[in-house]
Design a protein around this ligand. Structure first.
Ligand code: NCD
Length: 368
């Protein structure tokens, strides 16, 4: 059994098999199928969602399966202080696969420890959003071909944007050139940069505004300011000003290559204007639609309903108990009761370890 917690749980070959199968799923999306007949998807969403939850549910229904779950945890025993571990213990008795979104980093990893069915992470705080990246890669490959040949600008709130983090790892795996475009204070977190450099040898460069680099890009991937995760001292006007500082509009796109794609995981706020919607380079609506065949492919593979080389069984990561609670204030270990802190060794030679839940590097581990 396999879970999907981070995009880096898959290797490049496995990602490519999901994307290949997703292309075949487009026909089944139209015609319907009974590939997952008798299977039940549970969607348990502790944070708001439109596209991710509904596209997963649509994907399972198109595969002939059934769907149950909740989008408002306050209607469940969470309101009676039930732990995540106990909730997952129950839900895996009622379903064959669980897709979950949570406001704590590492929550999906914790859930996987307590589940006998595959867990798919649909976003855990600012950590990762791997199925968004599969959708992004599918869209880029479909519209622009070989990902490894491309220069992709990832723009906006790179500090708290989980879609941006997972996409950066995925692009690095494909060997694409990555331009990280972020306003001051919203740059990639140190541990994400560390991973890109040290685990992937990623080809990255930095810019402060999209205008500085727009002419070089084959894809401009825009992200909303994650206002729900920003430090409380920032007021609404300051937030709007920051979002405007990297706004992508028709004027900016005059400076872009004639085939530069504009992408966005959505929802958009002030950072992407509506005057771009009719530009043939605007790929964001197609991108969100592609979430259905991609999630059909992923679930069919995780449930072993397709006769093709699927995900390889991988040895479980080796973890060891830790005396120290993870230093990441957003880590699930800080929020859930009775969670034993665990660490994983990432690079034994250099003594690098990270929290097994949210993958936050241990303080002395980054070599800095
Ligand atoms: C993203 C998310 O939830 O991380 N949305 C999505 O899943 N399409 C991006 C965002 O909320 O900004």
């Amino acid at each position: 059994m396999r879970d999907l917690i981070g995009i880096d749980d898959l290797d490049r070959g496995e990602i490519e098999s999901v994307l290949d199968l997703a292309a075949e799923m487009e026909v089944l999306r139209e015609m319907g199928s009974d590939l997952c007949k008798g299977k039940i998807l549970a969607t348990i969403f502790y944070e708001p969602s439109t596209r991710t939850r509904l596209s997963f549910e649509s994907a399972m229904l198109r595969l002939g399966g059934e769907v149950l779950g909740f989008a408002d945890p306050q209607t469940t025993s969470v309101a009676k202080d039930e732990t995540l571990a106990d909730t997952v213990h129950m839900v895996c008795n009622y379903s064959d696969i669980i897709v979950m979104r949570h406001s704590k980093a590492g929550a999906a990893r914790l859930a996987a420890q307590h589940s006998v069915v595959p867990i798919v992470n649909a976003g855990d705080d600012a950590h990762q959003h791997p199925t968004q990246s599969l959708t992004d890669l599918f869209t880029i490959r479909r519209l622009r071909g070989d990902i490894s040949e491309l220069t992709v600008g990832i723009c906006g709130d790179l500090r708290f944007g989980r879609a941006a983090h997972s996409l950066a790892y995925a692009l690095a795996m494909f060997g694409a050139r990555i331009v990280l475009i972020a306003p001051t204070g919203l740059e990639l977190p140190e541990d994400v940069s560390w991973r890109l450099d040290n685990l992937y040898g990623a080809n990255t460069s930095l810019a402060e505004t999209p205008r500085d680099v727009i002419g070089e890009l084959d894809v401009l991937y825009v992200n909303r300011l994650q206002k729900e995760r920003l430090p409380a001292e920032l007021d609404a006007n300051a937030i709007k000003d920051v979002a405007r500082s990297y706004r992508v509009d028709a004027d900016l796109m005059k400076l872009a290559k004639p085939d530069c794609l504009v992408m966005h995981p959505l929802p958009r706020v002030d950072e992407l204007t509506h005057d771009l919607d009719d530009d043939p380079r605007a790929a964001y609506f197609q991108q969100s639609s592609n979430g259905v065949p991609v999630r059909m492919a992923l679930m069919a593979m995780l449930l072993r309903r397709v006769d093709r080389p699927a995900f390889r069984e991988k040895p479980r990561r080796v973890t060891e108990p830790s005396e120290h609670v993870c230093a990441n204030p957003a880590c699930v270990t800080q929020a859930e009761p009775r969670v034993r802190p665990l660490v994983e060794t990432v690079d034994a030679a250099r003594g690098v370890k990270w929290c097994a839940y949210c993958r936050y590097l241990l303080p002395d581990a980054s070599g800095s």
